[in-house]
Design a protein around this ligand. Structure first.
Ligand SMILES: [Mn+2]
Length: 418
């Protein structure tokens, strides 16, 4: 059985990195995402796959603009026409207000699209394909309210809520596992943050929302393949491949945090007890950060143009960041910068002043260190003598804010950035 596994399409996001295509009136980043998605569907059709698994996060949110929904539907329609069964899993970005109300993908079930399954609950679907049956356990993005009541979690720390939720989930998954048919291949399709996943943009897209699940919950021998969504960087969490636990990653770069990541989808060959998988990279638009420090240059303009010319930026999304001293400002000719960047698809220019008077940043709070929001606030307050008086009440208010939130509140282990 051949399966195509893709995830985190996020079609309709990142418009700030595009421009309006005068020929179509559409943002070029929408066109990029549509084009990339069409390449995935092309492959499914060319290879006559038996099944397509989508790992969740179709759009930036649960209420995408109609023309964005239509662009998504136009591509998936091609699978319907080719009689290829498809499972659409609901990710956090597809849910309305963190689990309350419908999801943007539910319309496909409402319409009764032939061969389409929407995974918005934890349950097992037995799907008939041209090469036999397969069982897919769908595990959509869970929020605290999915598995427990508000009373149960009141007064609990984030770690306690996470622990309780994991235990509850374990019981429910166990129930699904017990009902599996042992003779046909099984795939767990889940949208979640596994506890040793390397993070990308998704931590910025949903800051502080969501809990992490232990990998041991996923690496069960009854699963032949674990198809994940949520993390935008492609990775296999189980190097021994028993079973493979795969994030295909996002299909397009959502923002600059994905600048260095390969984008693609995964092709799987599956039979009961035997699986082969392959990551298939997609040639997506290049994002390029150019950083130049001019503060020690005598001729900053020439140095800056030289820094730009090092790269072939044709059709790239470019971010130029240069540092300079305030007295060098007049030495930069902006029109020639625009000229030098004109072959880029789009670009932004960011000048940063280097100053002796600049306030030193708090070293513990750099982007590279992991820290949870409360610890970050404490560190910040420790460095602000002037806020000493109100520091305790600020901490208390922050605690209340975090607790009041409807979503699950554990911060991914990589920390937060914004
Ligand atoms: Mn997600």
């Amino acid at each position: 059985m051949k399966i195509l596994h893709l995830s985190d399409i996020h079609i309709g996001s990142g418009f700030c990195h595009g421009r309006i295509n005068p020929a179509t009136g559409l943002n070029t980043r929408l066109e990029d995402f549509v084009n990339t998605l069409s390449l995935c569907i092309d492959r499914a059709l060319a290879d006559h796959v038996d099944l397509v698994l989508f790992g969740g996060d179709a759009f930036p949110n649960a209420t995408p603009a109609p023309y964005v929904q239509e662009a998504f539907a136009n591509q998936f329609r091609r699978l319907v026409d080719a009689d290829i069964p498809t499972v659409l899993l609901v990710g956090n970005h597809d849910q309305h207000s963190q689990g309350w109300g419908g999801a943007s993908l539910n319309i496909y079930r409402t319409l009764g699209v032939p061969g389409f399954v929407v995974g918005d609950t934890l349950t097992t679907h037995r799907i008939s394909t041209q090469n036999g049956d397969v069982q897919i356990i769908t595990l959509p993005w869970l929020t605290r309210s999915t598995l427990m009541t508000r009373q149960e979690t009141q007064g609990s720390s984030l770690a306690e809520v996470n622990q309780l939720l994991t235990e509850r989930l374990q019981v429910v998954i166990e129930g699904e596992i017990r009902r599996l048919d042992p003779d046909i291949p099984t795939v767990l399709l889940a949208h979640l943050m596994a506890d040793n996943a390397t993070l990308g943009a998704e931590r910025l897209l949903a800051v502080g929302k969501g809990f992490t699940l232990p990998l041991s919950l996923l690496t069960r021998p009854c699963f032949d393949y674990v198809a994940l969504g949520h993390v935008h960087k492609h990775q296999n969490l189980n190097k021994s491949n028993d079973p493979p636990v795969i994030y295909p990653g996002s299909i397009e770069r959502v923002d600059f945090s994905e600048e260095k990541e390969d984008k693609g989808y995964v092709m799987i060959e599956l039979e009961k007890g035997k699986v082969n998988w392959e990551f298939c990279p997609l040639a997506v638009r290049v994002f390029r950060t150019i950083e130049v420090d001019l503060s020690k240059q005598d001729d900053p303009q020439t140095a800056l143009l030289k820094g730009i010319s090092k790269y072939d930026i044709q059709d790239n999304v470019v971010r130029l960041i240069y540092k300079l001293r305030s007295e060098q400002l007049d030495l930069i000719d902006n029109s020639s910068l625009h000229q030098a960047l004109s072959t880029a698809h789009t670009y932004t220019i960011q000048a940063e002043l280097v100053s002796q008077l600049a306030k030193p940043r708090i070293p513990e709070l750099t982007a590279s260190s992991s820290i949870d929001p409360m610890a970050a606030l404490k560190t910040y307050l420790n460095n602000r003598e002037d806020l000493k008086d109100i520091a305790p009440s600020m901490l208390e208010a922050a605690q209340t804010l975090l607790r009041d939130d409807e979503g699950i509140l554990l911060v991914p282990q990589g920390g937060i950035k914004s």
